[in-house]
Write a protein that binds this ligand. Structure first.
Ligand code: ATP
Ligand code: MG
Length: 384
């Protein structure tokens, strides 16, 4: 008899031609988060099993596994060789404080000699004899005792299912570049796109010395929290000070933010090329601030058209974004009071509905290619 952790996977993506690729990537991700623990992971039909772990590590292990995209739920289970005798002996010893219960038999192994319904009733009788206070309740019982008889000659008995992160295994949708500020929204966007299988690279613009070393550290900390979900996250830091000073010196102040955002997009495009990312991700939400109107977004999008820009927070209220940020553990770090580069040289009256022609006219006052080239030559790469 062994204690094992049974991992369940989404059915949807396992039906297509890519089944092997999804399964291999998911197994790699599971093994990666379990690296600090002494244990083994194996695949059985449609599930994974974690074996040989130290029961002292169980809580830590399930915390890690619950964040692996592609897993839908997990259960601590007792595993033994399938036989009527083994199943019944185990249930004779089963004790619980619950008041109501039911037994559910899943008979994937069709060679097992008793039908599920009939066996549920029989096993229920055994559990009742061992726990005098218990009552059977077929619907909404306090305890559901699942007896899962699999094709691999093993039976698994479990009582609880813990929900996992769902989504697609990280890395199965390719790579995206997330523009990571120190705010609340961009880490949430990173999480949402990683959930759809994107492996992420982060790009952060800093305006040292206008923004502090702590502001950058805060972004590193956010990136570190995100790695629980994204496995790895290379963070690329791009100096933005000179670009901002030049815009401030040469362009009409109301276009400051619009031009900054367009230059961020151009740099993001070059970083995508360099790191083989195929999409840009931002934390924008429609109408949240002046730079997030349809007109502003259109003018920003015009700066590069090579890669799609994913904005998973676009239709969300701030309170909804905050809810996710609390759930994924980035909120407390995001609200630390360090300034973002976007707050440096902030104009009093930024244009809310920028006109592309006017923006282009203002931009023509800058040597943008040279500014971008210089910034790119000073990229700093931080392995989180
Ligand atoms: P956030 O909470 O993510 O900072 P925000 O509501 O403060 O977002 P903005 O400051 O307008 O909004 O930024 C919109 C998006 O632009 C951010 O979500 C992020 O994707 C990107 N962005 C802003 N500042 C930076 C930065 N310094 N480095 C990288 N990306 C940035
Ligand atoms: Mg911000």
């Amino acid at each position: 008899m062994n204690k094992v952790i049974l991992l369940r996977i989404g059915e949807l993506y396992l039906k297509g031609k890519n089944k092997g690729f999804f399964e291999k990537t998911l197994l790699k991700n599971i093994k990666k988060v379990l690296m600090p623990f002494d244990c083994n992971v194996v695949k059985i039909s449609g599930r994974y099993l974690v074996r040989d772990f130290d029961e002292m590590d169980y809580n830590q292990i399930i915390n890690k596994l619950a964040k692996v995209f592609g897993l839908t739920s997990l259960s601590l289970a007792t595993e033994f060789d399938t036989s009527k005798e083994n199943i019944e002996n185990f249930l004779k010893e089963f004790k619980t404080n619950a008041k109501t219960f039911r037994v559910s038999v899943k008979r994937a192994d069709k060679t097992f000699p008793v039908a599920s319904n009939e066996y549920e009733r029989y096993l229920g009788g055994i559990v009742l004899s061992a726990n005098n206070h218990l009552k059977v309740k077929l619907k909404d019982a306090e305890l559901e005792l699942v007896v899962d008889i699999r094709e691999n000659g093993k039976t698994y008995v479990l009582t609880e299912s813990i929900p996992c992160a769902c989504g697609m295994p990280t890395g199965t949708s390719g790579r995206g570049l997330v523009l990571l500020s120190g705010g609340i929204d961009s880490p949430v966007s990173a999480y949402m796109m990683a959930k759809r299988g994107l492996e992420l690279v982060g790009l952060h613009f800093h305006s040292f010395p206008y923004t502090s070393a702590q502001a950058k550290e805060k972004v590193c900390k956010l990136a570190k929290i995100l790695t629980d979900y994204t496995m790895e996250l290379k963070l690329i830091c791009c100096p933005f000070t000179e670009i901002q000073e030049e815009i401030h010196k040469n362009c009409a102040p109301e276009f400051m933010i619009t031009i900054m955002r367009r230059i961020m997009m151009r740099i993001a495009k070059i970083v995508c090329d360099k790191y083989y990312a195929k999409a840009i991700i931002t934390g924008e939400s429609l109408a949240q601030v002046a730079s997030q109107t349809i007109e502003s977004i259109n003018v920003t999008n015009d700066a590069q058209s090579t890669y799609p820009v994913f904005r998973p927070c676009i239709g969300m209220d701030k309170s909804e974004i905050i809810e996710i940020s609390r759930k994924i553990g980035t909120f407390e770090t995001s609200i630390l009071p360090y300034e973002d580069c976007c707050t440096v040289f902030l104009p009093k009256n930024p244009v809310i509905k920028p006109n592309l022609e006017k923006v282009l006219k203002e931009e023509a006052k800058l040597d943008i290619d040279l500014l971008i080239e210089k910034a790119i030559s000073k990229l700093e790469i931080i392995e989180i």
